[in-house]
Design a protein around this ligand. Structure first.
Ligand SMILES: Cc1cc2nc3c(=O)[nH]c(=O)nc-3n(C[C@H](O)[C@H](O)[C@H](O)COP(=O)(O)OP(=O)(O)OC[C@H]3O[C@@H](n4cnc5c(N)ncnc54)[C@H](O)[C@@H]3O)c2cc1C
Length: 381
């Protein structure tokens, strides 16, 4: 159903076992300590997960985007913060370099991703969220370098990243046609993490504010052409949204699995609560939403693999899967009754983790704007 090759489907069995046996037992601690432990990141590297989506010519395994979505789903069932480390490194950093980077840039950075070095995407600014074209961080040409100044906020993989894809203004007169994209090494002088941002959910994921003060990058670190960075951003987000949809799907599945187990053994009025039709209907609705979300996620991933236009389908997958994840995690908590509301159970964490999927990589209001715009365009009216 999810278009995996036989080899990919076999590897997913290992990923599922890794997620169940090594990631899931740590999920609560990751939430409390607000950190994904190094040992888990090392294990993901040892298992070849960072290399999975990188083409063979850069040292990777050249597996499909559908495979990557499936890995994100499996990891998110166990711990979406852990999944986001991989998702950010591959969909937000590696994908734009792969799609638009020069051969030199691909060789330089994708081989490092294969070696387990993590990347991130720095687009959002305090004054530019949904309106990404309103970014104010500038890059000015000085000799053969560009000098970056500005502030980026909410950057995932912040403290883990060795490099970021950064969106900047190179021609302020031309609005979105004056935006360019560069790869910037985290160690570059002048680039600082000004603060950690603490959150409701996915608390293990490092989210930071980045300040750029006269940060020098070579012109060769340009991703795509000068002043064509907005296209890089938009296409990166098309892929990224499929990753977030897969994350939402995994969160929903993880929550429902636990809720069903609990409900089957919880007795009230002398019988398991799963004997009550009211509970059965809740389970049926949640299962149906998960199935529908899965169909959308893997249809979007398959179209990405076939290099088709994915603007509408990736927004639809992200919109539907994240709304479903929010509903399902809320209803799953309900199945635990009062116990679900306590931190003794994982249900409250699942609900907190689900919420972000309706917000990042474009809020669900923005997804609706994108879907409607595309539908109206397609209607030819
Ligand atoms: C935990 C976390 C991790 C993140 N990771 C990254 C990252 O790695 N890299 C990165 O660059 N960014 C990242 N982001 C930023 C994220 O993508 C933005 O927060 C998001 O796009 C929304 O922007 P905003 O927060 O500025 O909200 P705003 O754009 O200020 O929106 C506020 C509200 O107005 C609504 N709204 C805005 N415009 C419209 C409209 N036209 N029609 C209808 N409603 C509208 C929004 O839906 C929202 O409800 C992250 C954010 C969080 C919270």
């Amino acid at each position: 159903m999810n278009n995996l090759s036989q080899e990919e489907a076999e590897v997913i069995q290992y990923v599922r076992r890794f997620a169940n046996e090594e990631v899931k037992p740590l999920a609560k601690e990751i939430d409390i300590k607000m950190e994904v432990p190094d040992k888990l990141i090392k294990r993901m590297h040892e298992l070849g997960l960072f290399a999975s989506y990188i083409p063979k010519e850069y040292g990777g395994y050249g597996m499909s985007f559908s495979f990557l979505a499936s890995v994100i789903e499996e990891l998110s069932k166990a711990c979406p913060s852990t999944a986001l480390v991989l998702d950010g490194a591959l969909t937000l950093f590696a994908e734009p370099v792969l799609m638009f980077g020069s051969e030199e840039l691909k060789k330089k950075y994708l081989t490092r991703v294969v070696n387990g070095e993590i990347g991130g995407l720095a687009l959002t600014e305090p004054g530019a969220g949904s309106d990404a074209a309103a970014i104010r961080t500038t890059a000015q040409k000085v000799g053969s370098d560009y000098v970056i100044n500005g502030t980026k906020i909410f950057i995932s993989n912040g403290r883990l990243a060795r490099f970021y894809v950064v969106d900047v203004v190179t021609d302020p007169e031309r609005k979105h046609k004056g935006i360019s994209t560069f790869v910037v090494d985290a160690e570059t002088p002048g680039l600082k993490i000004s603060r950690d941002i603490h959150k409701l959910g996915i608390r293990g994921s490092s989210t930071v504010e980045l300040v750029f003060e006269n940060v020098k990058v070579p012109e060769s670190n340009l991703v795509g052409k000068l002043n064509e960075g907005f296209k890089v951003v938009m296409e990166t987000l098309d892929a990224g949204r499929i990753g977030i949809a897969a994350q939402a799907l995994g969160i929903a599945e993880g929550a429902l699995d636990e809720a069903i187990k609990y409900a089957a053994q919880r007795k009230q009025f002398g019988k398991p609560i799963t004997d009550f039709e009211g509970i059965q209907f809740m389970i049926a609705d949640m299962g149906t939403q998960i199935e529908a979300a899965r169909l959308l996620v893997y249809e979007a991933a398959a179209r990405w693999d076939r290099h088709e236009d994915c603007i509408k389908i990736s927004s639809m997958a992200k919109l539907f899967a994240s709304d479903a994840a929010m509903k399902i995690t809320t209803e799953s908590l309900q199945l635990f009754g009062g116990y679900g509301y306590t931190t003794d159970m994982d249900a409250e964490r699942h609900m907190r983790d689900a919420k972000i999927t309706q917000i990042y990589e474009g809020t669900n209001q923005i997804q609706r704007v994108i879907i409607a715009r595309k539908m109206l365009e397609e209607s030819g009216i």
